[in-house]
Write a protein that binds this ligand. Structure first.
Ligand code: FE2
Length: 127
C-alpha cells in the first residue's frame, strides 16, 4: 500500500519549513459550495497554489483523480513534457452533474518522484 501524503497529517512547523514542497504537490479543488440537483458544474483541480511543479523527464505530475467520498469519479493522466518541460501548475477541469445527495469531493495526485498526495475535502451541498 503506498503512503498517502495529506495536508492534515503534517505538523504546522513542518508545513512552514516545507512550504514550497508541500504546495507544489498538493491538489487544490475549486468548485461551488452549493449546486442544484441535476445541474452541470465544473470542478477545477490545480496542482500547487503558489509554487509550480517541475515537468522533467523523470519528475512530473502523472495523474490527477477526482473522488466523491470512496468513489472515483474521473481521472486525467499526463506524460512528461505536457507542459513544455517547464515548471507548471498542472490543472484540469472536470464537468459533473449534481447527483441527488450532497458530495464530499477530494482529489488525489501522483508525482513520479514524490508519490501520492491527497487534497483537503471539499463539501458540495446539493439543493
Ligand atoms: Fe515532485
Amino acid at each position: 500500500m503506498p503512503r498517502v501524503f495529506k495536508a492534515i497529517d503534517i505538523a504546522k512547523e513542518e508545513k512552514e519549513v516545507m512550504r514550497d514542497y508541500l504546495d507544489r504537490h498538493m491538489p487544490h479543488l475549486f468548485c461551488p459550495d452549493e449546486v442544484k440537483k441535476g445541474d452541470k458544474f465544473t470542478v477545477k483541480v490545480k496542482m500547487g497554489n503558489e509554487y509550480p511543479h517541475p515537468d522533467d523527464a523523470d519528475h512530473f505530475i502523472s495523474l490527477i483523480q477526482l473522488w466523491n467520498r470512496e468513489t472515483l469519479l474521473a481521472e486525467c493522466r499526463y506524460t512528461s513534457g505536457a507542459f513544455g518541460h517547464k515548471p507548471s501548475h498542472s490543472e484540469v477541469d472536470f464537468y459533473l452533474t449534481a447527483p441527488d445527495v450532497s458530495m464530499n469531493l477530494s482529489a488525489m495526485s501522483v508525482c513520479t518522484k514524490h508519490g501520492l498526495w491527497q487534497s483537503e475535502d471539499k463539501p458540495v451541498k446539493v439543493i
